[in-house]
Design a protein around this ligand. Sequence first.
Ligand SMILES: C[S@@+](CC[C@H](N)C(=O)[O-])C[C@H]1O[C@@H](n2cnc3c(N)ncnc32)[C@H](O)[C@@H]1O
Length: 331
Amino acid sequence: MSASSLPPIAQAFQLAAGFAFTQSVHAFVQLGIPELLKDETRSTDAIAAQCGAHPETLFRFLRLLAQSGVVELDGRQCRLTAAGRFFRKDLPGNITQDLELMTYEPWQEAWNNLLYSLRTGEAAFHHAMGEEPWEYFRQHPEYGRPFNEWMTALSQMNAQALVDNYDFSPATTICDVGGGHGFLLKTLLSHYPQARGILFDLPYVVAGADLEGVADRCATVGGDFFENVPRADILILKSILHDWNDEKAVNILRNCAAALEPGGKILAMDMVITDDYNPVGYFYDMHMQVMLGGRERTQEEFSALFARADLVITRFIATGSPQCILEAEKA
Ligand SMILES: C[S@@+](CC[C@H](N)C(=O)[O-])C[C@H]1O[C@@H](n2cnc3c(N)ncnc32)[C@H](O)[C@@H]1O
């Protein structure tokens, strides 16, 4: 599959005007039109009346969104397409929080500096904003809070995939390294009452943890995974390695290897890219570059990365979610 179903000039134009399409789907969400429509067909005038928009301008706006496949228009009758349903906040798996982040000034400023990344191989965010995102988020909670909420929403989508595809019954201590506010760990501990947990992240992040129902079996530890990691027999790294370049990712993996109890396992969760058509995977590959100097990786690249930390990947476990589980142990 490829993106070539549009005429070449339309493809080229959509690329050139991409910023306007981001703003358009953002306005579509801000007006609440996806939840107004749900699975029904409504006239554009009725939609305008309900969301307080100018009727004729809204019709022309929806006509543009119809060209991008977000809605279908039959005359002035409008309904959501399958792609448009991903903007319904009331449905699981919607991408509205991710969309919201994409419209934030620091994100856009980082992408405005893409050429810097292309010329240096470094993160454009730091170049543009003067800080790494984590420090920037700490200083600007108006951006940090929605980022952590989006991470929690992603974990809500992926936690079940981990529970369904990995047996944690032998685990005594599970540490979620860079575990954010702890949704994944909370889910695991509620499935495995024999296990104890450690939520490890930057101090200001663990301060916002929500471990309701498992707090008596779960410690929170604030720290820096480039320095050290708490000891455990299972160390989880979900959406961590793709944030960093190879050198920094190896640094984290070495600290994890040093913290593993005998016979322990590291479980990384990340996308594993291949040569197949995968616009989301390749977008995130470059987004990680721009934001943090990070990258998505292939199976071979992951194997080489772990080997540099004297670790061997024992299994790549597909989960049915975009993320794969990489199980590793000391070589
Ligand atoms: C992409 S988020 C993933 C969060 C969580 N694992 C998840 O999947 O929802 C990366 C996490 O790494 C944490 N982090 C960044 N730098 C860190 C450091 N030096 N030490 C510990 N945690 C760090 C961030 O605060 C953030 O929670």
